[in-house]
Design a protein. Structure first.
Length: 166
């Protein structure tokens, strides 16, 4: 079975507007599982596994799911960053996931307020679908604000940090 982005988008849209609580679809090289409303009204759990390992097609499909599944159960009051200063640059979440400041519990955070960061330096981790995605700085800057608590779910485009570029 082959699914392109358009097929996957239509499928997710249909599921998100239905009363379906769990959905499982398996193909030759992928497994798509969507579960919702199992623990609380705002939690959406999804897994995409390709025969025990993630391949490039699975990662592409995962990104599509991350970009689209967030509309299924939006929180009643989305977490919005307070207005910032015009001289600061906002670092936003490139995906839906869970925000982590350190590589593991008990380890030092990647950055603190006042830290100077360089291009390519890891500033946080976003866990999405059991994958740990290191988020790297796109510029040299100083961390001015960290707006998300460790272990907090974040949405696509949500402001994580504000920095002053150098």
């Amino acid at each position: 079975m082959k699914l392109d982005h358009e097929d996957l988008n239509r499928l997710i849209e249909k599921i998100s507007t239905s009363d379906i609580q769990e959905f499982l679809l398996e193909g030759e090289d992928f497994k798509l599982e969507i579960k919702r409303n199992l623990f609380d009204q705002n939690q959406v759990t999804k897994n995409l596994v390709s025969n025990g390992s993630i391949d490039s097609q699975a990662i592409t499909n995962q990104k599509t799911i991350n970009d689209n599944v967030s509309i299924v159960n939006e929180p009643e009051t989305p977490q919005v960053a307070p207005p910032g200063r015009s001289d600061l640059t906002e670092i936003t979440s490139p995906m839906v996931g869970t925000f982590y400041r350190a590589a593991a519990p008990g380890e030092e955070p990647f950055v603190e307020v006042g830290s100077n960061i360089k291009v390519g330096q890891t500033i946080c981790i976003l866990e999405a679908m059991k994958l740990m995605n290191e988020i790297e700085s796109e510029f040299n800057a100083e961390i001015v604000e960290i707006l998300v608590e460790n272990g907090t779910p974040v949405e696509f485009g949500q402001v994580l940090m504000r920095v002053k570029q150098s």
